[in-house]
Structure formats: structure tokens, C-alpha cells
Design a protein around this ligand. Structure first.
Ligand SMILES: Cc1ncc(COP(=O)(O)O)c(C=O)c1O
Length: 1009
């Protein structure tokens, strides 16, 4: 039939709506696969969808659609769905005759407002949960409905998906292997599958059939539309289809599916036997999809669209094939609140009734007690990664422990979150950024190489391999055991290679028989000798390996598949310890710590370990730190830690005794400063440094009037708050005190003077403050300012400003203080100190955060002249300032900056990152300005009228955190993201940061402002 003769014009659509339904409105054409569809907008804003059939359409089928919608409308409490509008004669289907004399059916449905699923970004767990809920509600509402058309033959019905089998020849060998394997599995389970619950279900919750609410943060699925594929089939198929489409485009499809299943189950409880078929049902829907594409491609080889549309299906199919069906099944059970492994309880009961002793496992050791050894992420015993990687040191520590506790075996580690697994084998990119396998699934027994290991129960060897490679198992044996009602497995890792050579797969082992011997580091994956002993209730398809460490987000499933081996031994020392929950920590803080101490992020994090540019939380999740300039040379830099530890073990006193360390630190520091700044005082914090600087100003000039920048921050003491506009002009502040004089923030982007060449104008503002002080009959004490204003929003001072301002202040008899607490020690890249960017030499420089790399250490550098005048007879004593431990640490920090060329590194990486941010700004105009020097950068979010977008900045920081990247906001409007990472931040880290920023900038909330 000629399409042009069938086509309906909007004008005709409008008159049909009026004539048949008595509704006036404007018609806009919508895409439709078979029907001709129009959106009808009534003048009062109500919307409808008009559907006009083709002449040959089956009336019975449309009757099914209408009845189904009417049924859902009646039964679905709180369920939004398109409602059927009756025509003026009271019919749900109206008729008209077109120009060529064809009878056509016309239907009118109410319009469900919102956006379609496919345009929503990001699609997070809570949205997918609501998708499941919506589908579950719909299935519930459809209970009891039936219609002859629901029993039609339908290619998209998973129940009939084996029609795809004869089409395997359309695929290449690799594709055939994947498809064939799913088809075979589906064939094998037909008996049980056929017996599952059936009903009429929607059967097509794909990403264009779901309407999502308009909220940009936490949107929910409002309704499913287009009931054209509804069919009477296994209920589980409906959930499978919802999962199939919503997991596309996710790196970890299983994790993406779980919230959907949870949501569905919360509205329409699923049966255990249904969950057994879900994995394969999802696969078979994908098999149908790629087979249909392949058939169409065969028929229309030049249709490029077909190639594009099948790509996501193939991508997810490949990933789904990589998920083991049993692991998926246990995960689905867990999502539905069931015990993940169906045999977990049986194993617990069985092991409860049987008694096993450690000496049964290690017959030559003759010890039945364990000494709990914590190798977890927060273990102090473990120390730094470098200590752990030093096998001799680690073995020495084990031996010492063993000597101290001669009757016990050092052991432990079940479900311990660890960070010692550092090779790439232990990581992946999950749905929310990089993830590491960190949860240890077995028990480790730290015993010498050569220790014999015996079987605790009869078994059969199912794995005997040399799992060679760094941080692998080395010699590995897995035994299978049978009880009356279930099978289970035990794993023995880190054996000698000779052990596995003696044990072939299939070999039976009797209780009490030798399995093998513990291996040396060269053959056991480079570990100190130990046995990794693990229990498994399933092999999950592994034959030559089995994970000994799992991802934290799968822990509930792993701990069911791999139950606690201590269920066998029942040793009190090997019981997993219960950690304090984050909520308990928060509650305690609320009650006993000052309310003005804030916590970062909507969901606060508990960090327990630092390593270079990373912070690691209590679950072993690694976060890339882009904000902590205190950890200047890297969190817990081994050389700095060692310097502190060694000196702390020796002596810590005060600066009234002679000590080499204070002189050594002074020397390291003076090497970096201009010769004029040749005298140092050591203190404990940036605030103390600025406090002392102002004391010096008063002693030297006799004046107490201080000029400072708007939104400047200089510390938390009384005096420092008095000169910090960021505080006294902010929440809870009472404005500038009498002796503080604030000039406008020298911000060339959104400040009082904008654009290039504003240096003189802002210096003029400093002069105005000098004049104001003079007009009160007083003199100028000092100007204090950072060389890049941090809390003000990473504001780079305009060219020429600082030199001019210094000139004005000095002409008025005042001193110039450069607050380098944030930017100092090589961070700005081109120079060691920020003031050097402006070609000036201050009278006083205050140094803080980076100097101690986390240890409280700060300093004040000043000229001989200032120092002389300050020493007016009153002693400056500081109990902790300049103590030998602090000085050992400070000197090592400065040596590390020099030794590791971190200043040059900051310049290089900073320039790469800055140019990357600038190209990001071209694609996302919300980034109004990118600024800063070296690894002290910032970017500002504004709308087209230059209004600050603080809520966007906050959202961005929180979303970046979700993906494992720590960022934070600043500036008076909190719309500036600051980037000032530990200086070991690498090129790869910068690329990763840019990648995830781009990803979040594409999200709906960041695009609408
Ligand atoms: C520029 C500046 N000066 C001084 C301080 C105060 O340092 P502290 O917190 O070590 O007392 C800070 C702290 O953030 C700062 O940013």
C-alpha cells in the first residue's frame, strides 16, 4: 500500500479529534512503528495521544490494547498509565473512512508527561530501583487480566526465543559461541521454566517506553507506555526485559540490574524458582534482539542504522556472558532479601555439628589456637605498603610475633578489607569509577615454607595448578567434598609447586591425608609463606583459579558463596571483628564534638589510610585526592613517615636545647628563599604563623592597622579571624573590626574591575585603604595577602598588582606579608614561592600546610631587620614549635620536593591539566573561568549572566566523589572547584580527572541552568 495515501496530516488529526472525541487541540506528529501517532495539545494544556491505524490492522489486537489499558486504569492504585478516552458514542475505538475509502481505527489516550528514559543522565541506582517498582506495580495491576490476543505468537516473547536457534549461521564463530551457549542453557531448563507463573505482562519496558519525572536529581520512573508488546508469558520475562535495556551502557551490568530487581520484588514479590531463570531470560532477550538485527541486516545490508542499533545489545551480551550464571543467581537472591547461596544454611548447620582442629590442617604444627593478625586497610601492624612489600621485613615481623605467642598460629583475614592487592588483576572500572577487589574471602595462616597441609575431610582434587605471577596463588589445590545433602569445596593457596605436581585432578584424598606443603615466596606469588584457606559452596565456573578477594559491593554474595572457614574451627580469636558503623561515629560526633566542626560530602567518608595521591576508606575503596595540598609530597610518604618515626623514637623536646634538626630544617628552607628573608621562627600551624607575623608587625611598626583582601582567610585564632574577611564577612561574622581594612577581591573575572590590566586599579583600592587609615590619624601596620587567593576562589592576582600594592604600603611605612600557607613549597610550579610569581620580596612570609606533610608544622620567615626589631626583650617561646620531630619531618619534606623534582612536576602536570580544563570549558560554557598556576588550579561555574552556580559546583563535587575522586568547592559563592592535589599527582591522574569531569558535566543537572 502506498505510504503517501495512508499518511495522515496534522490538520486531519485535529479534525478527527474534534469530530470523534469532541476535543479541540493542536496536533503534532509523533514517530510510530505501525500506527500514525499525534500528540494533541488541548488549549488548556491537557495532552493526548491520537493513534490512527493502518487499514489492515487487526481490530481484535487493538481491542486487547484498549481493554488492557482500561483494566490497568481500574486496578492500578497509584499507578500512572495512559487512560483510554471514549469517543462521543462511548466506544474505546472510533472509526473513520479515509480519502481512498479505507476504514481506519482511531484511538485517543491521555498523555503522560515527563521525559523518556533514554534521555535521562545519569541513570543511577535509585532511578533503576524505581523502574523495577513501576514494572512490579504494573504486573500486580495486570493480575487477573486476560484476552485472546494475549496468547498470540510473538517473536519478542522470551518464552519462544528458541526460534533464534536456526539463525546461528548469520554470526561469526565467537558470536555463535555466546549465542549458542545461552540457547543451550535455555533449552536445558525448559521443563522448569515452563512451570513458572504466567500472566499478561507489559513485556517491553525498553528505554523509549518509560516516562521519567522531570527532577534532575533523584528522578523516578513515572509510567510505562506503549503496551503493544503485552503478552501472556512467564512473569519473570517482564522483569528480564526491563533489566535488559536498563543495563546497557554500564560497565558492570550485573550490579546495574540489582536495583531493578529489588524494586520489582518490593512491589511484586518474586518466587525463588523464578530467580533461577532470570539470568538466562535476560540473555535470551538479547539473543532475540541481535538475531532480529542480523536477519534485517541480511535483508538490508546497506542499512547503517541497523549496525548502530545492535551495538549496545552486543556490548551487553558480551559482558553478560562474562558474568557467571550462578553468581548472578545468588546476587538476584540477595537483592530479593533471600540468603544468596541456597546451601549456606546447610553448610552452617553441617559445620556446627562437626568439630575440626587446626592441628588437623597442619599436622606438624601442633597448635590449636590462632593469634589474630590484622592485615586490614586500617592495620597499624601492617604499616605502610612499602613495609608490606618488603618480604624480609614482613617475615621478620611474623617471626617476632610467633616468638611472642609461641603456642598460637598467626592467622586471620576473613572478610578483611585489604589494600595489599596492588596488581591490575585486582581492579576494574565499575559503574561508578575504578574499583578494587579488597575483601579477603579466606583465612590466612602464617606458617613457614615447607609446613605440611592435610585434608580435614575426604575429597577429590578438582583444581591443581601453578597459578604463577606476582600476587597470585602460586601452587593451588581445590578439593571437592560431598555431604549427604550438598557439595562444597576447600581451597589451598600458596603451596609449593612440587605439591601440585603430585596431585592430579580427579585424585581422591582421604581425611588426614597430605595435600601439599607451603611454598616459598618465589613459588607462591611473592608472599611471605602462608596458607590461604577458603571454603566455597560453588565453583562459579572456575577450573584453574578462584577469587580469594572480592569487590566490596558484592560482599554479601561472596560471604554466602565463601562462608567463614572458622565455622569449621570455631576459634574465638578468628571471629571477624565488628567495626563501628559510620552512623555511630556521626552520632558520637554530634553529641561530643563541637557543632561548628563540619563534615564533608552529603554522605561522609571514613578515611583510614593514605598512599601518595590516594585516600582509602574503611572498605578499601581508593579515592583520588585532588584537594589535599597538606599531603604535599603524597599521603604518608615513606621517607617522611620514616623521618618522623625515627626521631620520635629518639627524642622530642623543645627548641631551647641545641639540636641538629632545627638547623637542618632552617637550612633546607633558606635555600629556597631570597637572601633577604634569612631569619626563621618555627610554629605549629598556619594560624600561629600569621599570629606571629602580626605580632612582628606591631613590634616593628608600632601600628596595628592591617590591610587585607576581601574574602581572604588567614587562620582560626582571634587575630587571624579579625583579618579574615572570609570569616567576619561570612556566616556568623560581624563585619570588619576597627583596625582591619578590606579592599575588593582582586578578581579579574567577576570582581569590581574585570578583564586585563586591572592591576593598577586594584592597587589603587589598596591605596584607598591606606588613605582611610591615615584619615583616622593612624599609620599602616601591614598588608597581608596570599599570592593566589585560595578561599576567595583560587584567584590569581592581576599582573602588576602586588608590586604596586607593596610600593604603596611601603611608602606608608607598612610591612608586606605573603601568606604562603596554601601555595608555598613548589606548588605553583614556575617558582618555589607564590610571591615570586609577582616579582616581589615580602618582609614576612608565613608557611604552613605543606611543610609538615600532615604533621603540624609551620614557619615564619622574615628579614633580619624585622627579626631584630621583634626581639625587643620579650622572649618568644613556643612549646612545640621547632621540636626535633617536627623539624625532622619538615626537612625531609623539603628534601623530597627537591629529590623528586616535584616543583617541575607540578609545572608540567599543572599545565597539562589547565589546558585540559580549558578545552572542557569550550565544550561546557558553564565553566566560566579556568585559572591558577602549577598544581594550584580552579575553575568557576557561572551562567550566561555571570551569576555564580554554587549548587552546580556542590553537585559536581558530590558526583565526582561517587566516582572515587575527591574535589571541593570554594569562593564567596562556593561556585569554584579547587584543584590542589598532593604534588605526586600524575599525568594519568590528570587524564582521569578530566575524563570524569566531562562525564559529570554531561549530566542533566549540570546542563540545565
Ligand atoms: C591562606 C591560609 N592562611 C592560614 C591558614 C591557617 O592555617 P592553619 O589551619 O594551619 O592554622 C589557612 C588555612 O586554611 C589558609 O588557607
Amino acid at each position: 500500500m502506498n505510504f503517501n495515501t495512508l499518511k495522515i496530516t496534522p490538520h486531519l488529526a485535529e479534525s478527527l479529534t474534534q469530530e470523534l472525541f469532541n476535543i479541540r487541540g493542536k496536533a503534532a506528529p509523533l514517530p510510530g512503528y505501525i500506527d500514525f501517532n499525534f500528540k494533541i495539545n488541548r488549549d488548556d494544556g491537557e495532552g493526548y495521544i491520537l493513534k490512527i491505524s493502518r487499514p489492515d490492522e487487526n481490530q481484535e489486537y487493538l481491542d486487547f490494547q484498549q481493554k488492557l489499558l482500561q483494566y490497568v486504569g481500574k486496578k492500578g492504585r497509584n499507578l500512572i498509565s495512559p487512560r483510554v478516552m471514549l469517543d462521543t458514542k462511548g466506544n474505546s475505538i472510533a472509526w473513520f473512512t479515509d480519502d481512498t475509502g479505507n476504514r481506519r481505527m482511531v484511538r485517543l489516550l491521555t498523555w503522560v508527561s515527563g521525559r523518556i528514559w533514554s534521555v535521562v543522565n545519569p541513570q543511577l541506582d535509585d532511578l533503576r530501583f524505581s523502574l523495577g517498582e513501576q514494572c512490579g506495580k504494573l504486573t500486580r495491576a495486570l493480575q487477573g487480566f486476560d484476552h485472546p490476543q494475549a496468547h498470540r505468537e510473538f517473536e519478542w516473547d522470551i518464552a519462544t526465543s528458541l526460534w533464534t536457534t536456526p539463525h546461528l549461521d548469520l554470526f561469526d564463530e565467537k558470536e555463535r559461541r555466546i549465542l549458542g551457549s545461552f540457547q543451550n542453557d535455555f533449552k536445558k531448563t525448559q521443563g522448569a521454566y515452563a512451570a513458572l507463573r504466567k500472566a499478561v505482562v507489559h513485556n517491553d519496558a525498553n528505554d523509549n517506553n518509560l516516562i521519567v519525572s522531570e527532577e534532575q536529581i533523584h528522578p523516578t520512573v513515572k509510567a510505562a507506555i506503549d503496551y503493544g508488546d503485552a503478552i501472556y508469558t512467564q512473569i519473570i520475562n517482564d522483569l528480564a526485559i526491563a533489566c535488559t535495556y536498563a543495563i546497557m551502557g554500564h560497565n558492570a551490568p550485573l550490579e546495574a540490574a540489582l536495583p531493578i530487581i529489588k524494586g520489582y520484588h518490593s512491589e511484586f514479590p518474586l518466587e525463588e524458582r523464578e530467580l533461577e531463570h532470570l539470568y538466562n531470560a535476560i540473555a535470551m532477550r538479547l539473543v532475540i534482539s541481535v538475531t532480529k538485527s542480523a536477519i534485517s541486516k541480511h535483508e538490508e545490508p546497506d542499512n547503517a542504522y541497523l549496525l548502530v542499533s545492535e551495538k549496545p545489545a552486543w556490548e551487553v551480551l558480551g559482558k553478560w556472558y562474562g558474568v557467571h550464571a550462578d553468581f548472578a543467581h545468588y546476587s538476584f537472591r540477595q537483592a530479593c532479601g533471600l540468603i544468596p547461596h541456597p546451601h549456606e544454611t546447610e553448610f552452617k548447620n553441617w559445620s556446627g555439628q562437626n568439630e575440626f582442629r587446626l592441628s588437623g590442617l597442619f599436622p606438624t604444627v601442633d597448635k590449636n589456637e590462632a593469634y589474630p593478625l590484622d592485615l586490614g586497610v586500617s592495620s597499624q601492624w601492617l604499616g605502610m605498603q612499602a613495609d608490606f612489600d618488603d618480604l624480609d621485613l614482613f617475615q621478620f615481623k611474623i617471626d617476632r610475633l610467633q616468638k611472642k605467642h609461641p603456642n598460637k598460629i598467626p592467622a586471620g583475614g576473613y572478610l578483611e578489607p585489604r589494600t595489599v592487592y596492588t596488581t591490575s588483576e585486582y581492579g576494574r572500572i565499575g559503574n561508578s569509577g575504578p574499583e578494587n577487589r579488597s575483601i579477603h574471602l579466606g583465612l590466612d595462616f602464617w606458617l613457614p615454607a615447607g609446613t605440611a597441609v592435610n585434608a580435614l575431610f575426604d575429597g577429590e582434587v578438582v583444581t591443581s595448578v601453578n597459578d604463577a605471577g606476582d600476587k597470585e596463588y602460586g601452587g593451588l589445590i581445590i578439593l571437592k567434598h560431598k555431604t549427604k545433602t550438598f557439595d562444597f569445596f576447600t581451597l589451598y593457596g600458596h603451596l609449593s609447586v612440587a605439591s601440585i605436581q603430585k596431585k592430579e585432578v580427579g585424585h581422591s584424598i582421604k581425611k588426614g591425608e597430605n595435600i601439599g606443603y607451603l611454598g616459598h615466596p618465589e613459588e607462591n606469588g611473592n608472599w611471605a609463606p602462608h596458607l590461604h584457606f577458603q571454603v566455597m559452596l560453588s565453583m562459579l565456573g572456575y577450573a584453574t583459579d578462584f577469587p580469594g578477594v572480592g569487590y566490596f559491593n558484592q560482599i554479601e554474595v561472596w560471604k554466602s558463596v565463601c562462608p567463614d572457614p572458622n565455622l569449621l574451627f570455631k576459634s574465638i580469636s578468628l571471629r571477624p571483628h565488628k567495626a563501628t558503623s559510620n552512623n555511630q561515629l556521626i552520632e558520637y560526633r554530634k553529641q561530643h564534638l563541637g557543632k561548628s566542626l563540619s563534615l564533608q560530602y552529603e554522605v561522609p567518608i571514613k578515611m583510614v589510610r593514605g598512599a601518595g595521591q590516594y585516600l582509602i576508606d574503611q572498605y578499601g575503596r581508593k579515592y583520588l585526592d585532588t584537594v589535599n595540598n597538606v599531603a604535599h609530597v603524597g599521603h604518608e610518604h615513606p621517607a617522611v613517615v620514616k623521618a618522623g618515626q625515627e626521631q620520635m623514637a629518639l627524642l622530642n623536646t623543645n627548641s631551647r636545647y641545641l639540636h641538629d634538626n632545627i638547623n637542618a630544617l632552617a637550612k633546607e628552607l633558606l635555600e629556597t628563599l631570597p637572601p633577604k628573608l634569612s631569619v626563621l621562627h618555627f610554629v605549629n600551624s598556619g594560624s600561629e604563623a600569621n599570629e606571629l607575623a602580626i605580632r612582628m608587625v606591631k613590634a616593628v611598626t608600632g601600628e596595628r592597622d592591617i590591610i587585607a583582601s576581601e574574602i581572604g582567610y588567614h587562620g582560626n585564632t582571634n587575630m587571624c579571624v579579625d583579618i579574615s574577611s572570609y570569616k567576619f564577612d561570612g556566616k556568623g561574622g560581624k563585619g570588619a573590626p576597627e583596625h582591619t581594612h578590606i579592599f575588593p577581591l582582586p578578581d579579574a573575572f567577576r570582581g569590581k574591575y574585570r578583564g586585563e590590566n586591572t592591576g593598577d586599579q586594584y592597587a589603587g583600592e589598596v591605596q584607598l585603604q591606606i588613605d582611610a587609615i591615615h584619615s583616622k590619624g593612624r599609620g599602616v601596620g601591614a598588608l597581608i595577602i596570599e599570592p593566589i587567593i585560595s578561599c576567595g576562589g583560587q584567584i590569581e592576582l592581576p599582573d602588576g598588582f602586588l608590586a604596586k600594592a607593596y610600593e604603596h604600603v611601603r611608602a606608608a611605612g607598612g610591612l608586606c606579608i605573603s601568606d604562603e600557607v596554601q601555595v608555598g613549597c613548589g606548588r605553583v610550579g614556575k617558582f618555589f614561592w607564590g610571591f615570586q610569581l609577582h616579582n616581589v620580596v615580602p618582609d614576612i612570609v608565613t608557611i604552613g600546610k605543606p611543610l609538615g606533610n600532615g604533621h603540624p608544622l609551620a614557619a615564619v620567615a622574615c628579614t633580619q631587620e624585622v627579626a631584630e626589631k621583634f626581639a625587643n626583650g620579650m622572649e618568644y617561646f613556643n612549646t612545640f614549635g621547632g621540636n626535633p620531630v617536627s623539624c625532622a619531618i619538615g626537612a625531609e619534606v623539603l628534601r623530597t620536593v627537591k629529590r623528586e623534582n616535584l616543583q617541575e612536576h607540578a609545572l608540567q602536570i599543572g599545565e597539562f591539566l589547565k589546558s585540559g580544563l580549558k578545552s572542557l570549558a569550550k565544550d561546557f560554557p558553564i565553566i566560566g573561568d579556568v585559572r591558577g598556576q602549577g598544581l594550584f588550579l580552579g575553575f568557576e561555574l557561572v551562567d550566561a549572566e555571570m551569576n555564580p552556580l554554587g549548587t552546580k559546583a556542590d553537585y559536581l563535587a558530590n558526583r565526582m566523589k561517587d566516582q572515587g575522586i575527591l574535589m571541593s568547592t570554594d569562593g564567596p559563592d562556593h561556585n569554584v572547584l579547587k584543584i590542589k592535589p598532593p604534588m605526586v599527582f600524575s599525568h594519568d591522574n590528570a587524564e582521569e580527572l578530566l575524563f570524569y569531569l566531562r562525564k559529570v558535566f554531561r549530566e542533566d543537572f549540570m546542563r540545565r541552568y
